[in-house]
Design a protein around this ligand. Structure first.
Ligand SMILES: CC(=O)SCCNC(=O)CCNC(=O)[C@H](O)C(C)(C)COP(=O)(O)OP(=O)(O)OC[C@H]1O[C@@H](n2cnc3c(N)ncnc32)[C@H](O)[C@@H]1OP(=O)(O)O
Ligand SMILES: O=C(O)CCC(=O)C(=O)O
Length: 371
């Protein structure tokens, strides 16, 4: 498969998550962190939103980062002016392509999609900008209409077309079919933009890549509108580990960047969240512990260090004798078989009572001889 470009939109679609509002300083730090780990492109915000957003974008643009910076725009000339005022050299222009979106935005006038696109594309082209075009709600659009819009965008100077599953209604098989059709007819690259309303944002992003898309939108932790977007850490690790595609991104900083976004957004990630969740490399169950103690690959798809994590073995309701014995050995304690079995039973009872795993001290306190 060809190289894949990550175009992270935490600063645009990530921040559109209800209740999230990054400060200028947070946006600048985030962009610097993403640049440092080698993310190729950032959708850096919406210049037309006004002065604070424009200030953040301008400040990031002035840093001279290696990562490419793209501003999000409606098909409106004043939006392009706002992007230019921030010093951006790359703009993304979005047009609605489904019947329902065209109805609410352009009063059902499909010709308006082409007219506005042509107008803003020529306006941006005349100013020497790199232009990406997005088909908002591509997944619910008529396939022929979507293709006509994408071909028109290509003819009028767009350098990339974004396929958007705006309300996250696709599954990977349908995504593959739709994106393959688009890719086969276009010369310009196709970018995937997927939402997680049915929990398939990452899977659909990957399906689009399998179908020939060469760019993909992500957000850190999957932060984004409603149920969020395809998560940076999931897409990059799946590309690397499932398809053998190295994006060149330093994945060892994923946990640190995830923590930064948790703090800046005020949105925590659940313990079971892939890659960055607290439990992603934590083992408690007896059978898993028994396996991991001999060979971690029995229950880990890749090593935690690869994404800035550490393996944790904890004692709890599901723990068996091997894990308990291992922890006791670390404290220089050896029990016979009967004592170990009694201890495992006591661990189960206390875990149920406390409704959590036990600390090492709590485990040691259960040993009769130590009480
Ligand atoms: C699927 C997506 O994520 S799309 C991106 C969504 N992101 C955001 O909306 C976040 C930032 N948005 C904003 O700050 C504001 O919406 C602004 C600055 C862009 C516009 O603000 P306002 O002038 O107050 O308009 P408001 O937000 O109420 O309505 C949106 C307007 O944009 C128009 N519009 C929406 N999409 C497009 C488009 N792709 N091209 C052209 N016009 C569009 C709507 O028809 C409506 O037009 P109207 O002002 O003539 O009625
Ligand atoms: O870029 C576009 O056209 C819209 C992107 C978007 O946020 C979406 O469709 O959910």
């Amino acid at each position: 498969m060809p190289p894949i470009q990550i175009n992270d939109t935490t600063l645009r679609d990530g921040e559109q998550a209800a209740g999230v509002a990054f400060t200028v300083a947070e946006k600048v730090i985030f962009a610097t962190l993403m640049d440092a780990i080698g993310v190729q492109e950032l959708e850096v915000g919406i210049p037309a939103m006004g002065s604070t957003e424009a200030e953040a974008i301008t400040e990031i643009n002035n840093l001279g980062l290696k990562t490419l910076l793209t501003g999000w725009n409606r098909a409106v000339r004043s939006d392009i002016d706002a992007s230019l005022a921030c010093g951006l050299e790359r703009v993304h222009i979005s047009v609605p392509v489904s019947e329902i979106q065209i109805a609410v935005k352009f009063q059902g006038n499909c010709q308006s999609v082409f007219d506005r696109l042509r107008d803003t594309l020529s306006y941006a082209c005349d100013r020497g900008l790199y232009i990406s075009v997005g088909g908002e709600d591509s997944s619910r659009a008529d396939d022929n209409f979507l293709l006509d819009v994408a071909l028109a965008a290509q003819d009028w100077g767009a350098s990339r077309f974004r396929f958007c599953d705006t309300v996250g209604i696709l599954d990977p098989l349908t995504t593959h079919k739709k994106v393959q059709q688009l890719v086969s007819k276009l010369i310009i690259p196709v970018e995937m933009h997927t939402h997680n309303d049915f929990g398939m944002a990452t899977a659909n992003a990957l399906a689009g890549i399998r179908a020939g898309a060469t760019s993909v939108n992500t957000t850190v932790n999957g932060l984004g509108e409603r149920a969020g977007n395809a998560a940076l850490e999931e897409v990059v690790m799946a590309l690397k580990r499932i398809y053998g595609i190295n994006t060149g991104i330093d994945t060892s900083q994923f946990k640190e960047i995830s923590k930064f976004v948790v703090r800046a957004s005020g949105c925590d990630v659940p313990p079971w969240k892939a890659i960055v969740g607290d439990n992603a490399f934590t083992h408690e169950s007896g059978i898993h512990g028994h396996g991991v103690l001999q060979n971690p690959a029995t229950y880990e798809p890749f090593s935690p260090e690869e994404v800035g994590r550490e393996r944790r073995l904890v004692i709890g309701k599901h723990t068996g004798k091997h894990l308990v014995t291992n922890l006791l050995q670390q404290h220089g304690i050896t029990l016979n078989q009967t004592e170990t079995r009694s201890l495992v039973d006591a661990v189960r009872d206390l875990s149920v009572e406390l409704k959590r795993s036990l600390t090492p001290d709590e485990l040691l306190n259960l040993i009769p001889n130590l009480n």
